[in-house]
Design a protein around this ligand. Structure first.
Ligand code: NAD
Length: 351
């Protein structure tokens, strides 16, 4: 397919191929939309099989950021970057060279950490450009984003519970958390403090038993998705809601941090609705991290302000559920509608 046809088909504005032979840098920066503001999204470092795989990924991820940022009500567009390299080849020089390319975009794209890049890497990039966010707290940044992502998921769970069950509290509910990494373990802490009965799973057995002990949870070594619980919370990998797992679910709601939980959005979104399971769209619920780092751009970071905005995920999700009702569509379609409405409204005000 012709590259311009490809950009046109999904509405991307700009794609930049970056190369610096002296440091072995190969990167692609994709700006999907700047309708709401500068494109904000992380830099993923990954040893892609070939350039085509890297391009497909960066285009998909950049578009995802447009929807995520718009649904979250941020004044930022969507973008993403990929550096084609193995994590062990990440050097200060490589990050600096990459930062220079980000700088040449003049603020159209603002970068942050993603898979295989972290807050310290952002310090290196910052030496070449101010168009970077998500720096360590010691450098005046917002620090580790996962607690904010966990807080957003927690608010999402509260909204889903109120919408589906009419309960204002989570006390006594049964929640199954799959994946106990930086987000999942923090989420367990918040749920435990609310008096939730937890069931936990991680492919790392030591971690699973440790978290289970701390939060008086039941460790579930296999098939946690099959439990009869109020909420199933996928916080590990994407694609967990698919042909094989869907008929086995016995939960009332799904609210989790993992990206792309629905293997096939329309097919599996519809199957969940048919089974009476309420699905909270992942990118609405897991936006806490990006909301938090957005508070670092062009102003001095204030944790309280960022926390309040992350907590607003409760209301955003409620809006999504209500829109799904009024438009007679599925929650993942309503989330898209909400984001698109914000994008269209912004375009109208600019006309
Ligand atoms: P992490 O790498 O810290 O933790 C992931 C955990 O899942 C690990 O403990 C790992 O052992 C476990 N795991 C992996 N595969 C598993 C499997 N098949 N079954 C059970 N456990 C498995 O990741 P994280 O930062 O906690 O993020 C969790 C998810 O949320 C990811 O999908 C990530 O893309 C998404 N997310 C994270 C953030 C953030 O701020 N960290 C923001 C948005 C979305």
């Amino acid at each position: 397919m012709n590259i311009f046809n490809r950009l046109e088909s999904k509405g991307h504005e700009q794609v930049v191929f970056c190369q610096d032979k002296t440091v072995g840098l190969k990167a692609i920066i994709a700006v999907h939309s700047t309708a709401l503001g500068p494109a904000l999204g992380g830099t993923r470092l990954w040893p892609y099989e070939d350039d085509e795989a890297a391009l497909v990924d960066v285009l998909r991820l950049a578009r995802g950021m447009t929807y995520k940022n718009a649904a979250a009500g941020l004044a930022f567009g969507g973008g993403k970057a990929v550096v084609i390299a193995s994590p062990h080849l990440k050097t200060h020089e490589l990050l600096l060279a990459y930062g220079r390319f980000v700088h040449r975009l003049g603020g159209n794209y603002i970068t942050a950490a993603d898979v295989n890049t972290n807050e310290n890497d952002m310090v290196d990039i910052r030496k070449a450009t101010p168009f970077v966010t998500g720096l360590p707290e010691s450098k005046g940044g917002s620090g580790e984003p996962s607690p904010f992502t966990a807080l957003g998921v927690f608010e999402g769970i509260k909204a889903a519970v109120f919408y589906r069950l009419g309960h204002k509290t989570l006390k006594g509910l049964r929640v199954a958390v799959q994946g106990l990494g930086s987000v999942g373990s923090e989420l367990c802490k918040l749920l435990y403090q609310e008096g939730v009965k937890l069931f936990v799973n991680d492919m790392n057995c030591e971690k699973m038993h440790r978290i289970a002990q701390i939060y008086q949870a039941e460790a579930v070594p296999e098939n946690i998705h099959r439990l009869e619980v109020d909420i199933f919370s996928p916080c590990a990998l994407g694609g967990v809601l698919r042909d094989e797992t869907l008929p086995e679910l016995q939960c009332k709601m799904i609210v989790g941090a993992a990206n792309n939980q629905l293997w096939d959005e329309d097919k599996h979104g519809a199957l969940l609705a048919k089974r009476g399971i309420l699905y909270a769209p992942d990118y609405v619920v897991n936006a806490g991290g990006v909301i938090n780092i957005s508070f670092e751009v062009n102003r001095s970071y204030k944790r309280e302000e960022a926390t309040e905005k992350v907590k607003a995920i409760y209301h955003t999700l409620m809006q999504v559920f209500q829109l799904a009702e009024s438009e007679r569509c599925l929650p993942h379609q309503a989330a898209k509608l909400l984001a698109e409405k914000r994008l269209i409204n912004q375009k109208r005000t600019l006309l």
